[in-house]
Write a protein that binds this ligand. Structure first.
Ligand code: S3P
Length: 181
């Protein structure tokens, strides 16, 4: 988080299936802030879905669009943002997401992630199930750069949201660290 005091944004990061899109609206309700999903911002700007962008333009084009979307969102006021699982691993995107924000890693055990990630093509990078565990391991050092970590493996979305909203209310001076849901 940059600056001092309370954050303008709460940014949820972590792997596919960690609960970002489920928990995000609940955090937004707790704080009375709008909720936004970075994937939706990218899709709206491109005029096509995320799987379509991957299929027609490839991952590199998606990552460039994701960085641009993160920059636009960083110029907005208060909001709770759910990010796609790769966003925080790209340094330029991460820098934009960290601006004036409380960043929160929703950590989750691999067995639970595997059960939660749909095998329906909606997640292009999870189409090959064998690559999920190595991808998670490669990304964890980036996720660990978030201000706060909350485990979602055995905790209800409502409870996770309350912990995050409380951390946002406390702000950066007292917040931070790891909370086991
Ligand atoms: C991705 C995760 C997806 C989406 C895209 C790429 C990733 O978002 O951004 O399919 O690289 O892990 P979710 O984490 O919301 O599934």
């Amino acid at each position: 988080m940059s600056g001092t005091g309370r954050p303008d944004r709460v940014v949820l990061v972590g792997f596919m299936g960690a609960g970002k899109s489920t928990v995000g609206p609940l955090v937004a309700r707790e704080l009375g802030w709008p909720f936004l999903d970075l994937d939706d911002v990218v899709a709206a700007a491109a005029g096509r879905t995320v799987p379509e962008i991957f299929a027609t333009e490839g991952e590199a084009a998606f990552r460039a669009a994701e960085t641009a979307a993160a920059e636009r969102v960083a110029a907005r006021g208060r909001l709770v943002l759910a990010t796609g699982g790769g966003a925080f691993t790209v340094p330029e995107t991460r820098e934009a997401l960290q601006r004036d924000a409380l960043t929160v890693w929703l950590r989750c055990e691999i067995e639970t992630l595997l059960a939660r990630i749909p095998a329906d093509g909606s997640r292009p990078l999870a189409a090959n199930r064998a690559t999920i565990a190595p991808l998670l391991r490669a990304r964890e050092p980036s996720y660990a750069l978030a201000d706060v970590t909350v485990d979602t493996t055995r905790t209800t979305p409502d409870a996770v949201a309350r912990v995050i909203a409380e951390a946002a209310r406390r702000g950066r001076n007292e917040g931070g660290g790891t909370t086991e849901g």
